[in-house]
Design a protein around this ligand. Structure first.
Ligand code: NDP
Length: 329
């Protein structure tokens, strides 16, 4: 069996040297455990934070030990009641081709309901993050103007589409290439711009001349500053991520306009998807319907081979993905 270890902690941008492919014996399940052959795994921006040796909301990855994260695979051996060989399971031990884990830490998923990749993307925590951020955290109301950053990414592309389906008046997205901007328009965003072409503040003012009510923040920095400037009174931001600073070694230069929060009575609210389990049933019902009807399209970028997982992760940080970045094992 093979697994990817963290060989060293990155300082700034990670490089392939921070990872190591290691050959190990196929593990054997103990009582209550299952052996899973992983078929697809997720790479996610939050994994960058776990590569640092700092206290955070998830424990740091250990050096010279396998990384972990969301994965789906087929059960090949089971010492647990209720899970049998052939079952497809969603679990947290990605970055390896074979995983042994307690059956209670895995969820059996139905490949007839949705493809395996969907359980890591639109129907999984990615989709739930988009849904929770808009509905629970920002409290988006019909008719409102919504701005989404990293809008061609996994969470962002779903957040923009969910906003439209929940009745947003106007949805604006930013992304890092002309092709991504075209894709956002095809997905139903009312306006989209490439943040690399010109200052975000300028582009956002043009796309939303009357201002915005809700900002779904995946980026932070100059995007957040622009959103604060464009917000109408009582505007709300769901602070989901700040990828612009995950690899920086300097403190961010923006936002410099937080004083606007006072006069405009703005709310900036950070959140973690894990705290929003309460919306799960509603999310799954809505999202399954939207995927079935084709009202939501979930883009995926799939990289082949476990050995290419570090490259997929580095590519994600550089914006090489359209929609959800996944590795087929
Ligand atoms: P994405 O699929 O959005 O991939 C990351 C994208 O970020 C890239 O494709 C790239 O697109 C963009 N990006 C990278 N660097 C920059 C930059 N400097 N400025 C602007 N855009 C940049 O990843 P996810 O959908 O998985 O995650 C999106 C965000 O949501 C992340 O910040 C993540 O940390 C956060 N998150 C938070 C959760 C929570 O519970 N709070 C749960 C899940 C995710 P481009 O080409 O457009 O630059």
């Amino acid at each position: 069996a093979r697994e990817i270890h963290l060989a060293s902690r990155p300082d700034g941008w990670p490089t392939p040297d921070n990872f190591r492919l290691v050959e190990v014996p196929v593990p054997t399940p103990g009582p209550g455990q299952i052996l899973v052959r992983n078929t697809v795994m997720s790479v996610d921006p939050y994994m960058r934070g776990r590569m640092n040796d700092v206290k955070s909301y998830v424990a740091p990855f250990r050096l010279d030990a396998p990384l972990d994260g969301g994965a789906v695979g087929e059960v090949v051996a089971s010492e647990a009641d209720g899970v049998k060989p052939g079952d497809l399971v969603l679990h947290g031990l990605g970055w390896r081709d074979y995983a042994v884990l307690d059956a209670t830490a895995a969820r059996v998923v139905d490949p007839a309901q949705a493809p395996a990749t969907a359980y890591l993307g639109a129907l999984g925590l990615t989709g739930q993050t988009a849904y929770a951020g808009l509905v629970d955290v920002a409290g988006m109301k019909p008719g409102e103007t919504v701005f989404v950053s990293a809008a061609a990414g996994a969470v962002g592309s779903l957040a923009g589409q969910i906003a439209k389906l929940k009745g947003a008046g106007r949805v604006i997205g930013s992304a890092g290439s002309a092709a991504k901007v075209d894709r956002l328009r095809a997905l139903g965003f009312d306006a989209a711009f490439n943040y690399k072409d010109r200052p975000v503040g300028e582009a956002l003012k043009e796309a939303a001349p009357d201002g915005i009510d809700v900002y779904f923040d995946n980026v932070g920095g100059d995007h957040l500053e622009a959103a604060i400037s464009s917000m109408r009174p009582h505007g709300r931001a769901a602070i989901c991520g700040m990828i612009a600073q995950y690899n920086s070694t300097e403190p961010p230069a923006a936002p410099r306009n937080l004083a606007l929060l006072i006069g405009k009575r703005l709310t900036l609210r950070g959140f973690l998807v894990g705290d929003h389990a309460g919306i799960r049933d509603q999310f799954v019902a809505d999202m399954s319907g939207w995927l079935r009807s084709g009202e939501i399209q979930s883009d995926e970028t799939v990289v082949d081979g476990l050995e290419n997982a570090p490259g997929a992760f580095l590519g994600l940080l550089r914006g090489e993905n359209l929609g959800k970045m996944l590795v087929r094992i």
